[in-house]
Ligand binder design. Structure first.
Ligand code: COA
Length: 274
């Protein structure tokens, strides 16, 4: 039976749009008048879309970008989370911090690759999403910052953890402690994005990368994502164990048999995700 996404490419309205085409889901943060700030409704909607995408066999790769010509996202919605802060530590942590951390953890650990296409400002939570995603491509107009310090607070969506692991402690701390803005090329040098491309070619570049992954076995893709991302937080011995466990799970799969047969028969493999 065809997936519902195949027949209905556009399935939702603001604050996050979902479109599916050729095995690729594109999620668009859609509050351009607020620079795609991450209010609670946006985060909840993004999470709901990811839940649906996870079980949708028609989707093999996810691209996440922002609507409008200015921003990917200017971060947590300051007006909204100020209300949670005013209600005290428990409400602030429950409503704001846990929600944002759950979002970035979900993107980081998602079994299908999430490619962030950074189309403009990526401040605060927008930068933290980029840090959490397994892959990212930036427009040459993208601008990044960790501006929470300017609000008198530390980052709360994983921003004190992932950038230091990605770029190194001192490079991350210089950005975290000053709120200094940094360019797409600087983000590339930090290892925060995979590539910087001319603004007009951002989505084609993201789709090209997505297409290269979408033709692979989704089982092997998920195994590599899990082994690399979880392995980074383990000792090498535990990471090697995780790697061998991921491989063992694939041994009975049709995709592995197909990949090996296609190599022997000198033809392109056709992977089914089974
Ligand atoms: N939360 C809520 N609303 C935000 C927002 C945020 N993080 N970032 C931007 N907006 C809103 C603005 O309030 C404004 O809406 P309004 O006209 O209804 O007030 C709209 O988006 C446009 O932003 P504006 O500030 O007018 O644009 P600018 O070009 O003057 O400045 C920024 C751009 C990014 C420098 C500025 O918006 C900013 O500092 N945003 C906050 C960034 C931040 O600290 N993020 C981390 C939060 S933890």
């Amino acid at each position: 039976m065809p997936s519902p996404t195949a027949a209905a490419p556009i399935r939702s309205a603001a604050p996050v749009r979902l479109a599916v085409q050729d095995d690729i889901a594109t999620l668009t943060l859609d509050r351009p008048d607020k620079l795609n700030a991450l209010d609670y409704a946006t985060i909840d909607r993004l999470m709901a879309h990811l839940d649906a995408i996870e079980v949708d066999d028609a989707v093999r790769v996810v691209i996440l970008t922002g609507a409008g010509d200015r921003a990917f996202s200017a971060g947590g919605d300051i007006r909204e989370f100020s209300g949670s802060v005013a209600r005290g530590p428990n409400a602030a942590v429950r409503d704001f911090v846990r929600r944002g951390q759950a979002m970035t953890a979900r993107i980081e650990g998602f079994p299908k690759p999430v490619i962030v296409a950074v189309n403009g400002l990526a401040f605060g939570g927008g930068c933290e999403i980029t840090e959490a995603a397994p892959l990212a491509i930036a427009s040459d107009r993208a601008l990044f910052a960790k501006p929470e310090i300017l609000l008198g607070m530390p980052p709360t969506f994983g921003g004190t953890q992932r950038l230091a692991r990605l770029a190194g402690r001192k490079k991350a701390l210089a950005l975290l402690l000053t709120g200094t803005r940094f360019t797409a090329d600087q983000a590339l040098a930090l290892g925060l994005v995979n590539a910087v491309v001319p603004h007009d070619t951002l989505m084609p570049a993201a789709r090209e990368l997505a297409g290269l992954i979408a033709r692979q076995s989704p089982l092997a893709v998920a195994a590599i994502l899990a082994a690399v991302t979880r392995g980074l937080n383990m000792s090498i011995a535990d990471g090697l164990l995780a790697e061998s466990e991921q491989f063992a799970r694939l041994v009975p799969s049709r995709d592995l048999a197909e990949g090996l047969a296609a190599w022997r028969e000198r033809r392109e493999p056709v992977f089914e995700g089974r």
